[in-house]
Design a protein around this ligand. Structure first.
Ligand SMILES: NC(=O)c1ccc[n+]([C@@H]2O[C@H](COP(=O)([O-])OP(=O)(O)OC[C@H]3O[C@@H](n4cnc5c(N)ncnc54)[C@H](O)[C@@H]3O)[C@@H](O)[C@H]2O)c1
Length: 757
């Protein structure tokens, strides 16, 4: 077996350890690589003349972290096994720590690799945009377990470890980062400023400089001005300062995670223990214990499951590569979706031709695009020059002829099948080479779009697709620049190469993709519709809207169902429900209030009136409500103020039922079991490949809480037999939409689960 660790003794007496995992694009710290590192340290120990150890990577990146597959395997074992694994890693890093050592970081350094670098005496990093250093373990539900949680605050201070650079009150902490609890990376400059690396170097001089530092040269460390040094001295250098930082960071973490992600809090606690200057071994022990407890928790198993679902989602269908090299992309329709898609394409370096039928719509679309680029410039994600260059890469036009060189065209015109067939046929007249026609339809059949369109008098308005294998669905979500998911829809004739091309394009745009069959609503809208519908049905039964919103938020959703309805647009949500009702039958019948909403032409936030009321700027209207100062154990607690958002009286007055209170658990069952029932049907009908791709779509497409793992993982955690029982009961008392499908019945009988991990 070829080795991942190569040891070379340089003439200067420095030992160079090159990490280069065979057969892998990235370096991972697996048990076998750690074993090889141990052997290399043995050899170095036997060489009495070694003056120092330099750690470099043989790949583009330093390393992507521990091998998550090994962590997943350990998660199934008793906590003691995972605890022991942290101890082995710690023992190895402790050996390194005793040596005169330096890590040369280029590209990504994540998780275990950053921990490895932290155990070295020095760290230098290549000064370019590719360098990113971080400890993103909290995103997988655990903390750095090989000493990183302990060494980090001792190296860069507690403030840089826990506090962001920009505080919620707008104040800037120049030495802030907060990467341990947020799981975010530091780029080269930030890493240097906060002291995570000792020096920034040019790529081609990195190894020589590392050798020189090991032989006695002084690294060029960043130095803050006097004012910042004093502030840092107070915050990091005094017990009171560190206590303040820890308390403030705790508040920030709780606000960001609502207490649903325990890893961030544990990371904060261990880092604080370490920084408060006590016994370092005690902090190492606390880290190992916290790691073992967190890594075996359901939250971590769910988050690791999502990590693998994402990895799986990046694979090309049937291992096939795209046949068409997409460089020039046409976008039809400069409306809400077309403008967003065009902007993201230009941002990622594609040449874009944006076409509409209306000059006013085209101008408005280009204004939106300019606004999105201006936002990137103001957030310092892009220089003005780069933004201008990207903007210049978009050609706005009213003429089909301008699209003749396109390799792919994404249509985002009105949601009408005849119009979509006509634009496809028009494109086929001007683009002579094979090209991909991708539709952003949210409810129409991709397969039908390849068919001809008759004019109703025996003539043909649009020919059938010349290359039906090149027609595919790419379902983006609104707003395109924020929503992370694209559903890639395989029509009846779509080839794997076309599917791969559509997927590659979405991946290059930074999206997560889930491949869906060409079935009504695909995966996300199909499962979101029963959830939103059920929220409305409960309101019609008299359950207070505030209670339904709160129960969804408490479950972990990013926003309540009524807020989501207003964001999506009540017209669009209504359209989805009507379409799915037509396609899937009465279990998705439109609730009566929808008629009131449609009669009143309520649109949600974009129309300033929806379930809630909005001001001119589109902000939700609210009143300040004071909670009563209740007596508690003889003490009168002060009254608290909170924002109470104003519900639209047109909607609340349409509810005839008297108030019908339900517990949060009852409401959550109604909302989320509706998703489970429909989700199981999606698996039964093969809308997606498997449960993990379905859950991935729900997490990235609907804001379903990642720590729960997705509706189907949630069902597994409850036990399918219990889910079946609850659904059967709800089908009797709340509506036939809950009736469990045959797949759930079989699973309940056989004791099967959606997941095997
Ligand atoms: N808005 C959403 O939330 C959303 C989400 C996902 C998918 N979609 C889908 O995206 C598509 C567009 O939706 P939208 O919300 O951007 O609509 P929109 O009304 O904002 O924009 C449609 C644009 O298409 C233009 N147009 C109409 N006919 C055309 C033609 N023949 N050639 C070129 N342009 C033409 C219109 O002038 C308009 O500018 C629809 O299929 C919709 O179902 C919408």
């Amino acid at each position: 077996m070829s080795k991942a660790i190569n040891l070379t003794m340089l003439d200067s007496g420095v030992a160079r350890i090159t990490i280069d995992l065979p057969g892998s694009k990235v370096n991972l710290l697996s048990a076998s690589v750690m074993g090889e590192l141990n052997e290399a340290l043995d050899q170095i120990g036997q060489n009495g003349a070694c003056k120092g150890v330099m750690l470099v990577s043989g790949k583009e990146d330093f390393g992507a972290g521990a091998n998550v597959e090994e962590i997943q395997a350990l998660q199934k074992q008793p906590g003691i096994k995972i605890y022991e694994a942290t101890k082995q890693g710690k023992a190895l890093f402790a050996r390194l720590e005793k040596l005169n050592s330096i890590a040369v970081i280029r590209g990504l350094s994540l998780g275990g690799f950053t921990e490895l670098a932290l155990a070295c005496r020095f760290r230098i990093a290549v000064n370019d945009d590719k360098t990113q250093i971080g400890v993103p373990e909290v995103q997988l539900g655990f903390i750095p377990g090989w000493g990183g949680t302990v060494r980090l605050p001792r190296l860069i201070g507690l403030t840089a470890t826990l506090m962001p650079e920009k505080l919620p009150n707008g104040m800037k902490l120049p030495f802030g980062w907060g990467g341990l609890t947020a799981g975010s990376n530091a780029d080269a400059k930030k890493a240097w400023r906060i002291g995570l690396v000792d020096e920034l170097v040019d790529s081609n001089e990195a190894n020589a400089r590392a050798e020189a530092i090991l032989l006695g040269a002084h690294p060029k460390r960043f130095r803050f001005g006097l004012k910042d040094r004093m502030l840092r001295g107070i915050l990091d250098g005094t017990s009171l300062g560190r206590t303040l930082v820890s308390k403030m960071a705790y508040g920030g973490v709780m606000a960001a995670t609502k207490g649903k992600y325990p890893a961030a809090i544990q990371a904060l606690k261990v880092a604080t223990l370490s920084a408060q200057g006590g016994d370092r071994d005690q902090a190492f022990e606390a880290e190992s214990q916290a790691f073992a407890q967190l890594a075996t928790s359901r939250v971590s198993r769910n988050l690791v499951g999502i990590f693998f679902a994402q990895t799986e989602s990046k694979k090309m269908p049937d291992g096939v590569k795209p046949e068409i090299d997409v460089k020039v992309v046409g976008v039809l329709g400069a409306g809400v979706m077309g403008a967003g898609i065009a902007q993201l394409l230009a941002y990622k370096g594609y040449q874009v031709i944006l076409k509409d039928v209306d000059q006013g719509a085209l101008d408005k679309g280009m204004d939106t695009i300019r606004g999105l680029f201006a936002e990137l410039v103001s957030r310092k994600k892009l220089s003005q020059d780069a933004a201008n260059g990207m903007l210049a890469g978009i050609k706005a036009t009213l003429n089909y002829a301008d699209l003749s060189e396109c390799d792919m065209v994404i249509e985002a015109v009105v949601e009408k099948l005849p119009v979509k067939k006509i634009v496809r046929a028009e494109l086929e007249k001007v683009i002579k080479k094979p090209f991909i026609f991708a539709t952003n339809t949210s409810s129409l059949s991709v397969s039908e779009m390849t068919h001809e369109l008759s004019d109703g008098n025996g003539g043909i308005k649009a020919e059938a697709a010349r290359h039906p294998e090149n027609v595919v669905g790419v379902h983006y979500f609104n707003p395109v620049h924020k929503m992370p998911l694209v559903e890639i829809v395989r029509g009846a004739t779509t080839s794997s190469a076309t599917l791969a091309a559509a997927k590659s394009l979405a991946l290059k745009q930074g999206k997560t993709t889930v491949t869906c069959a060409d079935k009504p609503g695909f995966a996300v809208n199909r499962d979101l519709a029963p959830y939103m519908r059920e929220a409305i049905v409960m309101a019609e039964e008299g359950v207070p809207i505030e209670d339904i919103e709160k129960a969804a938020l408490d479950f972990g959703m990013k926003m309540g169902p009524f807020s989501l309805l207003d964001e999506v647009g009540l017209d669009i949500a209504g359209h989805v429900i009507h379409t799915l009702h037509g396609a899937l039958g009465d279990r998705l019948s439109p609730p009566p209030i929808l008629k009131t909403i449609e009669d009143l032409k309520l649109l949600g936030r974009k129309g300033k009136k929806g379930i809630y009321l909005y001001d001119e700027k589109g902000e939700r209207r609210f009143v300040i409500e004071k909670t009563k100062g209740k007596g508690l154990l003889g003490k009168v607690m002060p009254a608290k103020k909170r924002k109470k958002y104003i519900l639209n009286p047109d909607v609340t007055n349409a509810i005839k039922a008297s108030v019908n209170k339900k517990t949060a658990g009852e409401i959550q069952d109604r909302l989320f079991l509706a998703m489970v029932a429909e989700g199981a049907r999606c698996i039964e009908e093969k809308v997606v490949d498997n449960a993990s791709q379905f859950d991935l779509a729900m997490i990235f497409g609907t804001g379903f809480p990642p720590f729960v793992g997705g509706p189907l993982r949630w069902a597994d955690s409850m036990g399918i037999a219990l889910v079946y029982q609850k659904l059967s009961y709800l089908a009797k008392v709340a509506g036939a939409n809950y009736a469990p499908c045959a797949l759930l019945e079989q699973m309940a009988e056989s004791g099967a689960t959606f997941y095997n991990d």
